[in-house]
Design a protein around this ligand. Structure first.
Ligand SMILES: Cc1cc2nc3c(=O)[nH]c(=O)nc-3n(C[C@H](O)[C@H](O)[C@H](O)COP(=O)(O)OP(=O)(O)OC[C@H]3O[C@@H](n4cnc5c(N)ncnc54)[C@H](O)[C@@H]3O)c2cc1C
Length: 331
């Protein structure tokens, strides 16, 4: 048997079926290009794994892609509405998405990329990496972090009712989680490395959390860090010395980062300070010719700077560059 029979060939392969991967695919389809998306999980896998009752901080119009209106019940959509919206996008544009395809390696041979997932090899001329950051949490790096009671992802409050929980972090997610679990009856202590909440906590969350802390319903330890996690306690270093607190769950809302090891394995160079993938401003082509980077991955460590709303034009930038290169090849 000729082993080449098994290889799937496309002009463009997009890694990641998040909003950015979808935008790239829609633009490629508009230009009648031959493409597919490889997704390791589900459609908009990161959004699927967001907190169950989450409401976006962006209004629905700025999350719209592919010229399809995003109708939500209030100005800011919920996770559930976003899942339905992006499902409609994928079906309305009839996008070719191959699920459960985790890209494990990418090699460039001559002018083509060879992409391997766990069970399939693909070849393409142009590759777009739109893998986001939500799969790689920033770890606390303390003893006991591997215990099952430590969560780097929050689903909903029910599991935590009546229990002692420590919420680590001071940004939007930590404040949201502290408020939601407190309102459902958890005993919440926030452990905050800095001397205050993150200054950019959204204006509709900030007064609520500040007042809960002021009245003592939510305890906050500032300038403090977890030193060790034990099955039913945590050890916290505070300005007043070490404290040992009763603890059932640690919710580490300490942010996420792109999978740098994956990017480096492909050969993408990272900025030494920000770890943003090296790329051309106009085309988003990386240091590797014909390989593009799209979406929030471009922020490197500064994940709070890029969102759906300020990355949804990436597809147009990339596909117009590819179109230009293809026409130059035929000229
Ligand atoms: C809790 C939270 C709330 C947010 N709220 C907002 C908001 O209100 N407004 C806003 O504009 N932005 C928001 N963001 C930020 C950002 O817009 C979203 O994270 C968005 O999902 C990023 O889109 P993306 O397509 O760049 O990446 P992602 O949506 O993360 O998509 C990446 C995709 O790549 C897949 N993938 C990763 N590695 C591989 C691999 N090796 N092989 C195959 N597939 C792979 C993943 O499974 C995933 O589906 C929020 C982020 C978080 C964490």
């Amino acid at each position: 048997m000729d082993w080449h029979m098994d290889i799937i060939e496309k002009d463009i392969i997009i890694i990641g079926a998040g909003p950015s991967g979808l935008v790239c695919a829609i633009e490629a389809a508009r230009q009648n290009m031959n493409f597919l998306i490889l997704e390791k999980g589900l459609l908009v896998n990161s959004i699927y794994n967001f907190p169950t009752n989450m409401t976006f901080f962006s209004t629905s119009e700025v999350l719209e892609i592919g010229d399809i209106p995003f109708i939500s019940h209030t100005d800011k959509p919920t996770r559930k509405e976003a899942l339905e919206y992006y499902r409609r996008i994928a079906t309305a544009h009839n996008l070719d998405i191959r699920y459960r395809q985790t890209v494990q390696s990418v090699e460039k041979q001559h002018f083509k990329f060879e992409i391997k997932t766990q069970n399939q090899t693909y070849h393409c001329q142009y590759l777009i990496v739109a893998t986001g950051y939500y799969d790689t949490p920033n770890l606390l790096q303390v003893k006991g972090e591997e215990l099952p009671k430590v969560k780097h992802y929050y689903d909903d409050a029910h599991r935590y009712i009546g229990q002692n929980i420590a919420v680590v972090g001071a940004a939007n997610s930590a404040c949201d989680v502290a408020l939601e679990t407190y309102h459902k009856g958890s005993h919440v202590t926030m452990i905050i490395k800095e001397d205050s909440l993150y200054e950019k906590v959204k204006y509709w969350i900030k007064p609520n959390i500040e007042n809960r802390i002021k009245e003592g319903s939510i305890k906050a330890l500032f300038n403090s860090q977890i030193k060790e996690i034990l099955p039913d306690k945590i050890v916290v270093s505070t300005p007043d010395g070490e404290q040992i607190l009763d603890n059932d769950y640690v919710l580490a809302m300490t942010g996420y980062r792109p999978d740098y090891a994956f990017l480096k394995s492909i050969g993408i160079l990272l900025d030494p300070d920000t770890k943003a993938p090296q790329h051309k401003e106009d085309s988003l082509e990386s240091n590797i010719p014909q390989l593009y980077v799209a979406g929030v991955i471009l922020a490197g460590d500064h994940t709070s700077q890029l969102f759906i709303e300020n990355t949804r034009h990436h597809g147009q930038q990339i596909i117009s560059d590819i179109k230009h290169k293809i026409s130059a090849d035929y000229a």
